[in-house]
Design a protein around this ligand. Sequence first.
Ligand code: BTN
Length: 248
Amino acid sequence: MEEKILIGKRIHAYEATDSTMDVAHRLAATGEPEGSVVVAEGQARGRGRLGRSWLSPKGKGIYASVILRPSLRLSEAPLVTLMAAVAAARAVHGETGLAPEIKWPNDLLIGGKKVAGILTELNAELNRIHYIVLGIGINVNTGKRQLPARATSLAEELGSRVDRARLARRLFTELDQAYGQFLNRGIEPILEAWRGFAAFLGRRIRVAAQGRVVDGQAVDIDSTGALLVRTDAGMVEAVSAGEVLVVR
Ligand code: BTN
């Protein structure tokens, strides 16, 4: 039986671009099919979550944006990000043998340092998602001096270079499988895998979430992708967007 591949079936490859996110948005707005990927060797203005930039030196990392058109409610969009984190963690582990951890919601860490990040941008109206651009950046062969503070690369951790093309192929295969599983079987299998990679579950954390700070023990994630935190007052709070600041 012929395998039906969606993600990575079409790949638009660039030597350099400002951001693969912008290229993917332009393509998506003009009817590019679901699953198409934009990759670049380097980005002049790579961007991250929360208005941050994403350093993208040429020929060193994987910088990719994937166009998705899922029939999901707007509130379900964060699940796509969790799905991508699981796929990226599986690809990194499968290709390098390293043990990445996921920091909620979707940073990949090795030894507590960030090695990859995921940025989900939506084009939506009311409760309808037109399309999602899923951006993934992995520091692959990036040298120490080109990395931001508290970041690492796969090569730094391994002590040897990693084949970026192989890793990119693995990433798209894992994404394809995880996305198919999510659409066919729902989020539970993905959440189970996410928990297996999750850093911080059971530990004391501080989360900055929408203008407030929540201190407590990270207990789990729920079926909406929210982080459940047991506060010192004994209540369990669901934090649906934010950033983990401190872990003790
Ligand atoms: C984060 O951790 O803040 C998310 C980083 C996402 C970076 C990737 S690299 C490919 C794509 N293009 C961008 O400009 N950003 C994403």
